[in-house]
Write a protein that binds this ligand. Structure first.
Ligand code: SAH
Ligand code: SF4
Length: 313
């Protein structure tokens, strides 16, 4: 921009940045179908963002989904989650959430592909950073920005009930994913400490109200942990909890994390669990694991990076 006066160029240099996130590391897996980014923030902290391509099937069109982070770390501390085990640092700003989308879009280039869906399933608990998350969804949706419909956005939450209710009152037609992971409060409280404050019945009640208000289906996420929450008896109990018309269950065989004895069940055990739900008439899928070789489970790439080269505080 040499046509601008030197003083203006200096001002721009010191006070204007194009993006609040910059690519620090990128890993590609699944024959180019999955890309995981480690983005650096202006204060040197790092977050993960994943882009996943899905080919068209008979039932659905091709999709390119971006999985965004909402916090640096997470204060909830779930036992099976690498992010939860690494502690909490800070909330992301609205700009840092918005820019994950823009930076990943830019990296897709001018080809045929563009981002079609957003899921808040990266690092952090989105309902714990409510204003920035809803602000980002509204900003992507504006006609003068991306015109990206909230119907293509899924917010995944561990179940912070007052914020689920606030989201419902907001009237935004976003999809809600509830990370349930256990069919009873005793077990769930051991895996997810915040369950003592917001137990299962309160969460499913808020989820149903959201489904009824928005007409959007609720997706219940259930990480399968061998010998912990994966028995046929537990599947029967889960079926009773999620048994309402607008629900879907997503079974996720656990992605093993370093230093944890928790492990995924065998394929046949996962299928037996799924069969119970299906027999009860509940739409259920077992999620295909993506990017195992690039530490694609929530928080893993960052955890490994922090071990080898701690980012400046
Ligand atoms: N905090 C929110 C969103 C981020 S976590 C939430 O918990 O919903 C996104 C999803 O990744 C959640 O369903 C979570 O349970 C799952 N997850 C976390 N650790 C995992 C692991 N080790 N293996 C498989 N899924 C995991
Ligand atoms: Fe936080 Fe979600 Fe991980 Fe639990 S699963 S620690 S809520 S990011």
């Amino acid at each position: 921009m040499r046509t601008l006066p030197t003083a203006t160029r200096r001002l721009l240099e010191t006070s204007y940045t194009f993006s609040s996130v910059t690519p620090h590391l990128k890993r590609v897996a699944d024959r180019g179908q999955t890309a995981k980014y480690l983005f650096k923030l202006r204060d040197g902290k790092t977050i993960e963002t994943v882009v996943m391509h899905y080919d068209a099937t008979q039932r659905s069109r091709a999709r390119t989904t971006i999985c965004v982070s909402s916090q640096v770390g997470c204060p909830i501390g779930c036992s099976f989650c690498a992010t939860g085990q690494s502690g909490f640092d800070r909330n992301l700003s609205e700009a840092e959430i918005v820019d994950q989308f823009l930076m990943a879009s830019r990296d897709l280039g001018e080809g045929q592909r563009s981002l079609t869906n957003v899921v808040f399933m990266g690092m952090g608990e989105p309902m714990n950073n409510y204003a920035a998350v809803v602000g980002a969804i509204r900003r992507w949706a504006r006609a003068d920005t991306l015109n990206f419909s909230p119907r293509r956005v899924t917010v995944s939450t561990i179940g912070l009930v007052p914020f689920i209710e606030r989201l419902t009152a907001e009237g935004l037609p976003v999809n809600l994913a509830i990370s349930l992971h256990a069919p009873d409060d005793e077990l769930r409280s051991r895996m997810i400490p915040v369950n003592r404050k917001y137990p299962i019945a309160a969460i499913t009640g808020a989820a149903r109200a959201h489904a009824e208000r928005t007409g959007r289906r609720i997706s219940y996420e259930y990480v399968l942990l061998q010998g912990v929450n994966d028995s046929v008896e537990q599947a029967n109990r889960l079926a009773k909890i999620v048994n309402h018309g607008l629900s879907h269950v997503n079974l996720i065989p656990m992605n093993p994390i370093e230093g944890s004895p928790l492990a995924p069940p065998s394929k046949s055990r996962a299928q037996a669990f799924q069969a119970v739900l299906q027999t009860a008439g509940i739409s259920t899928t077992i999620r295909a694991t993506r990017g195992l070789d690039i530490d694609a489970a929530c928080g893993q790439l960052r955890a490994r990076q922090l071990q080898s080269a701690p980012s400046p505080a």
